[in-house]
Ligand binder design. Structure first.
Ligand SMILES: Cc1cc2nc3c(=O)[nH]c(=O)nc-3n(C[C@H](O)[C@H](O)[C@H](O)COP(=O)(O)OP(=O)(O)OC[C@H]3O[C@@H](n4cnc5c(N)ncnc54)[C@H](O)[C@@H]3O)c2cc1C
Length: 451
């Protein structure tokens, strides 16, 4: 067992080893599939705690991993030091510059709520319970990706602890190579303690979803695919085939049904939004119309992702295009009359603002993609090892002509092979990321990628 007494004396947050009270609780992530058993878990309460912990880990030859909300837990952690960031929960918003300084432990919900008080909004993902920093380190594509690009495009500065324990700033002016890498290059580069992020001026949007019953899934999906050809670039849409479990806690109108939900977000006035959504609304009789003017702080209702920790299996890919042949292939696999072990097959469409890189560039993967495809398995861990991955592999093989060779790390949802890991970035970006990693973490203190 590692002797942590010296570390305990130097940090203010908890330093826990197996057998300590709260060790399991501190290590637990939002994805409940895994029981993490690191040698040490440190609940960092300040940037200083992170500095001391990284120095301790490096001196003891222990690998370092980071967990904020745990939405990105894809494999059990069984060694080294796990730094949890949830206590780094400070948030400052300067309404005059629109800059939010976001502590590494904050989920998007906290930032959305505070920014909303100033008529501002962060560029978040579909779920407010995802960690802001983890999301942006992977790029981050959400309900406003077409109008506002990647979440990482809005980062202006990271405060980060390097492998040598130094607390530094990465921005366009200071360590621009590290700043480039952190905007989409994800893990293994350092521990971010906070980020300065520009907020968009946005108090309301036309957003929500149109849900179609099983008999109208084909018509609605085909209409959506046609719609994409001429869609306003400010509109972000996605379509998801949902197989809603027949369980008592599920609201009656959707319980036990197979449905298609088209999500819509337009960050403009309601009259224009309604006009832009009209072709989708008339695609087929709408079963549930939950689309209208909403506060920007209600952005999380557009996708209606689960908020509570859960077991889960998800895998995603980037798409090179979305056409009617693709729609037919999806319906042939996951249409209303099929049996598949998935609660959701989601197609997101993008390619507008997100296609333009930031000045100076960034490491994000998937910038050139036209959409994404995600499959979410039924939440039954007994099926996670073979049944669901097998069905997903069959599906991904069927839609191979539309799958981009480059993925995005947030959508890949973990890696089982080195090829999958490399494929989360274009080859030239992966090569440059490797160089940056060698420069800032020459001894491999930070672990990320394939276990
Ligand atoms: C329900 C759900 C919805 C999602 N929706 C979207 C979406 O719409 N768009 C999208 O792009 N992604 C989405 N994701 C993926 C999500 O953005 C990634 O899984 C992201 O990594 C989660 O970050 P986290 O901090 O919440 O999770 P964690 O598991 O805590 O962190 C994930 C990884 O991020 C890194 N990390 C986190 N914090 C730090 C830090 N302070 N310093 C250094 N590294 C750090 C670490 O490598 C860590 O392993 C979704 C995931 C889920 C489960």
């Amino acid at each position: 067992m590692v002797d942590v007494s010296a570390l305990r004396a130097r940090v203010s947050g908890p330093v826990l080893v197996a057998g300590d009270d709260c060790y399991a609780e501190e290590s637990l992530g939002w994805i409940l599939n895994f029981t993490h058993t690191p040698d040490v878990v440190v609940g960092a309460a300040s940037a200083h705690d992170v500095v001391e912990t990284v120095k301790f880990a490096a001196a003891n030859d222990l690998p370092v991993r980071v967990q904020a909300s745990g939405h990105g837990s894809h494999v059990a952690i069984t060694d080294g030091v796990l730094i949890t960031t949830k206590r780094l929960d400070t948030l400052e918003i300067d309404p005059s510059t629109h800059i939010a300084t976001i502590g590494a432990g904050l989920n998007w919900d906290a930032v959305i709520a505070e920014a909303g008080k100033h008529g501002l909004a962060p560029i978040t993902g579909s779920s407010g319970t995802v960690g802001a920093i983890g999301f942006m380190l992977g790029g981050g594509m959400g309900p406003l990706v077409n109008s506002h690009g990647f979440g990482s495009d809005w980062v202006r500065e990271f405060e980060v602890v390097l492998a040598n324990g130094e607390l530094v700033t990465a921005s366009v002016d200071e360590r621009p190579d590290l700043f480039w890498a952190l905007r989409g290059g994800k893990g293994g580069l350092g521990v971010v303690t906070s980020a300065k992020v520009e907020l968009a001026e946005l108090s309301s949007l036309y957003g929500g979803s149109l849900t179609f019953d099983a008999e109208n899934i084909d018509a609605a999906l085909h209409t959506w695919v046609d719609y994409l050809h001429t869609a306003d670039p400010g509109v972000t849409t996605s379509a998801v085939v949902l197989r809603v479990p027949d369980l008592p806690f599920v609201p009656e109108p959707i319980r036990g049904r197979t449905l298609l939900s088209i999500r819509f977000a337009y960050p403009g006035d309601a009259a224009t939004g309604e006009k832009l959504a009209a072709p989708l609304r008339s695609a087929a009789p709408v079963y549930i119309d939950a689309l209208g003017e909403i506060a920007a702080s209600a952005i999380g209702t557009v996708h209606n992702d689960p908020a509570d920790p859960t077991v889960g299996w998800v895998s995603g890919r980037m798409l090179t295009g979305i056409d009617q042949d693709f729609a037919n292939t999806v319906l042939g696999f996951a249409g209303a009359d099929k049996q598949v072990p998935f609660v959701a097959v989601e197609i997101r469409a993008f390619g507008a603002a997100q296609a333009t890189d930031v000045p100076g560039g960034s490491a994000v993967g998937g910038r050139g993609a036209k959409g994404s495809l995600n499959v979410v398995g039924v939440p039954n861990p007994e099926l996670f090892a073979a049944v669901i991955p097998g069905a997903a592999a069959t599906f991904f093989a069927a839609v191979a002509p539309w799958i981009s060779p480059t993925n995005n790390v947030n959508f890949a949802s973990g890696f089982t092979t080195a090829a999958e890991y490399h494929g989360a970035w274009p080859p030239a970006i992966f090569e440059r990321l490797t160089e940056v990693k060698k420069k800032y973490d020459p001894n491999g203190v930070f672990v990320y990628g394939v276990n």
